[in-house]
Structure formats: C-alpha cells, structure tokens
Design a protein around this ligand. Sequence first.
Ligand SMILES: Cc1cc2nc3c(=O)[nH]c(=O)nc-3n(C[C@H](O)[C@H](O)[C@H](O)COP(=O)(O)OP(=O)(O)OC[C@H]3O[C@@H](n4cnc5c(N)ncnc54)[C@H](O)[C@@H]3O)c2cc1C
Length: 525
Amino acid sequence: MIIDTNFLEQKNINSDICVIGSGPSSFSFIKNFLNLNYSVSIVESGNFFFDQKVNSLNHGQLDMFGNFPHKEYMLKSARVRMVGGTSNVWAGWSGPLLEEDFENKHWIPKSGWQINYDNLRNYYLEAQKILGLSKFIYDEKLFDFYPNKVNIKKLENFDNSFWQFSNPPLNFKKNFEQEIKELKNINLYFNCTATNFSKGIDEKIKTLVAYNSKKYKILFKAKYFILACGGIENATILLNSKQNIRQLDENNNIGNYFFEHPHVTLARGTTNNLNFLKTYKKQKLKQLNNIESLAGFSLKKEYRIQNQVSNCINVITNHNLLDVESAVILRHIMALRGKIVTTSKFINIFLKNIPELIKTLNLFTKNTFVKNKNFYIISRLEQQPLHENKVYLSNSKNKFGNFLPQINWRLSDLDYKTLKINYKAINKNFNLENIGKINPSNFIEIIDKESKKDVFAVGHHMGTTRMSENSSNGVVDKNLKVHNVKNLFVAGSSIFPTGGFINPTMTIIALSLRLGNHINELLKK
Ligand SMILES: Cc1cc2nc3c(=O)[nH]c(=O)nc-3n(C[C@H](O)[C@H](O)[C@H](O)COP(=O)(O)OP(=O)(O)OC[C@H]3O[C@@H](n4cnc5c(N)ncnc54)[C@H](O)[C@@H]3O)c2cc1C
C-alpha cells in the first residue's frame, strides 16, 4: 500500500523490516519480500513528483574543488528527493565491477573489499534482468555482436571495457509503484523524512525518528532497519544518530573516504582512421535484442602495477559536454520533465535557464558541423579513497532539526599520476599505430599545478559507510551490517570501499538483492 504521511493519524508504526529511502537500492532490496508474510515499511522523504521545496532538503555545504559540473550540482542536482530517488535522472549506463575491483592492491591504500566478484555473480545476473538488458557480456566477446566487424589493432597496454544501456533508463519509480500498490505486506510511507535512529537495548536500534511535511513526528519500530538514502544521506543520518548511539561509530569512520568518479577531458584529437572512431561509438546490437553498447579502453592491470597507478577508463566522443555547464543543466531538466508537479513549474524552470540552454544549443550546432574525424577523449577515474575526503556535519540544520552535510573532496597525487600515465600511454599508441594526433587538454597541460577547474563529479557518491573487516577501519561488515549494532544495515554505494570506473547502479542492485536474501534468512531463524 502507498500512504501519504501528511494524512496519517497513526504515529507509531511497527513492522519486521523498515527500509529508509525508495531509490534503486530500496527497490531491489524489497524484491525478496514481495507477497511474503513479513511486514515491510518503506520511509520516503519525497513525493511521487519532483518538488523543488522537498528537494531543498538536499542542501548542504561544499568545501569545493573542481566544477562538479556547476556549483550546486553535487548536493542538489545529483540527488533527487522523490520516490525512485536519483534514478529519476539516471542515464542507464550499466555494467558490473571488474573481478579485480574487489581485490586488495598493495600500491593503493584502503583498497580491497570483504567480498569478491563470485559473491555477487548470481546477483549481477539478476540485476541484468531487472535492468532489461541483454546477455551478460562485458568483455571483448561483445565485439562479435557489433554490426560491422571490428577491425582495429588493440591498443598496447590497454584493455577494452563495455557498458550496456538500460534504454530507456529503467523507471524505478513507476515499477516501484506498480509492484507494491496492491501488496498488503509492504507499505510505502511518503512525505516522511527520516532524521535519526534511537538506541534500544542489547546493541540494537529501537526506533527510527521521522517527520511528515507538517513536522509531525512518526516513530518506526522494526526488527531490522535498512538505510538506503544514497551515498551522502546515509552518512548524514548516521552522523545525526551518533549522539544517541555511542557504539555506532566509536572509531569516527562514518562519512570518511567519500569518493566519486571524477571526469576530465584528457585530449582533443583528429584521425583519418574511421574504424577506430566507429569501434568506440555507441552501437545498437541487433542480435542482442537491440541493446545499445559502448566500448572504452583502460590501462591493463600489469601496466598499472608496473607504474603503481589506479584505474581509469577512456571514452571517445564528438561532443564534449563537460565543457559546458549548461548541457548538464539541460539534461537534468529534461530528465525531470513529466515528474514535476505542474507543467507551469516545468516551464518556469525552463525559462529561468534559457541563457544557459542557448549556450548548449550553440555547442551542438557547432559540433554537428565538425567532420567526424575530430574527437575528444574523456577519462573517468577510479578515485583513491582518502581519509580527508569526507561527508561531515555542518553547523546548519534542516527544518526538522537535523545537521546538514558538509563535503570535502579533492584529488590525490595518485589520481593525478594515473591520469598523466594514462595520457602518455594513449599518446604513444596513437603515434605508433598511426591512429591520429592528440593534443592534451588544459587539464593535462597544467596537471602539475594541481589543476582543479576542469574536474567534474558526475553524481556517483561512494565510500562514506565503507565495508571493512572491523569497526576500526570502516562502518559495515561484509553482510552490510553496521559494526557493533545488531539490526542496522546499509544499502547503496556508500558501502563501496573502492569504486572501479564503471557506473554504480548495477552493483548497488546486486548488493541489495544479496542483502534482501540475507535478511530473509535472518527472519526465518
Ligand atoms: C545525472 C545522473 C545520472 C546518472 N546516471 C547513471 C547511469 O547512467 N548509470 C548508473 O549506474 N548510475 C547513474 N547515476 C547514479 C544513480 O542515480 C545512483 O547510483 C542511484 O540512484 C543510487 O540509488 P540509491 O537507491 O542508493 O540512492 P538514491 O537513488 O539517491 O535514492 C535515495 C532515496 O532516499 C530518499 N531519501 C533521502 N534522504 C531521506 C531521508 N532523510 N528520509 C527518507 N528518505 C530519504 C530519497 O528521496 C530517495 O528516494 C546517475 C546519477 C546522476 C545524478
């Protein structure tokens, strides 16, 4: 059932499981409980429509670095408060982490997961189905399905990696609504903002405190609590609960090691090798149910070990959207169309952004006339987890009395080194193989001066409740349970100890399916 808490009389709600948030992690978690005898409450801050006022609960402060792509992007645009969460603006780029992404790399401090790829393999297969994708192929075998035979020599010291696209991007909100509307055992409570947990006895959480939009307090009691509010809010809610629950974070780890997938324009280039450009263009694969796929190339593991660098993937593109903030704004507005309360609100937002939109249009027109042989290389970095990159509490509070998040984020020396080595290796290949000429971007040219301006975070918020062996070096264990608390679990990319270079949602889904299975087993005991 779906319940608007603004019209709810009841102020104490009991269930077996209480899930906070209704984005992809929550959506995948509850798959294990459809039509079972266990009762599930889902607590969601937003509504079924995008509402600027509700979204302003995503305010906070940034100790900024980079463009992000614009000032307010990381906290406000890259987090959406409504049913379906940030997936309401997601683009459908999908793929699993690589097997080696789970491994400890001695030259990267804090790398290594407590689980390995095999622990997620079957859940990845399920996630692939949920996302409406085709066969689970993410290596060079995918080239066999390309419409034109791939006819280029593999770049020395590089591997090819692939995305499949959920197209149109799976609408989690719609699916969520359809799936649980008629169910008796699952209730979605919307317009209900969680603020903090309160302590019970025996190292257990007793209650989740939440408020409806009219600021009436609602208390949720459950056997198990699953926090699924996204990479920044998961940490914020836990930090706001610390004063009530001492053992939650005795080692002050919550919020630390925040990382993103920083994007930079690495180079501009020209080539007469159209096969090269075709290979790295998005392709529609007829034999695989018309799924779309994209290949990128990343440094080989042996080369990374030899050079002691982390990972990054390079994609080839005609348009460099990272150059214009307006393109990102436009994309965001378009993604939210149909999800905003009224058409007039949509038109208002649209009109406000007209100058920026004109800039974007100019960019597209300019690029349309550029001959195919020009391209950009965009690199996406696996960022090193740094202790000082973190989400912590600012001095300001939201309307429910919760402290707002503040974020500190920068690149490390290893991150810069990786991008530099990556550029050099590509340049060498392009010269040797006569692929074409590339020129370094501004970013690469001034990298030694710690260039900041041209680094973009895209909205993949990871690492703030990292998985670890024990409470001294992280927040959750391999079953996603908060260390030293018996009944509190975390879902979403905040638990990633490292993030590879692939988009996070498929892994988020796989982890949540696995968590659902685990809680199901616990309830049976
Ligand atoms: C522009 C953009 C494009 C993207 N494209 C891709 C892509 O192509 N591929 C990919 O893999 N990933 C993509 N992502 C990332 C993807 O959207 C996230 O990985 C995914 O949405 C995370 O799911 P989640 O459920 O963990 O968190 P979210 O989707 O953020 O959901 C969190 C939920 O918690 C609710 N909530 C928050 N605070 C509270 C509170 N205090 N109380 C109650 N409820 C609360 C929110 O309203 C929301 O419903 C993109 C992100 C952005 C910004």
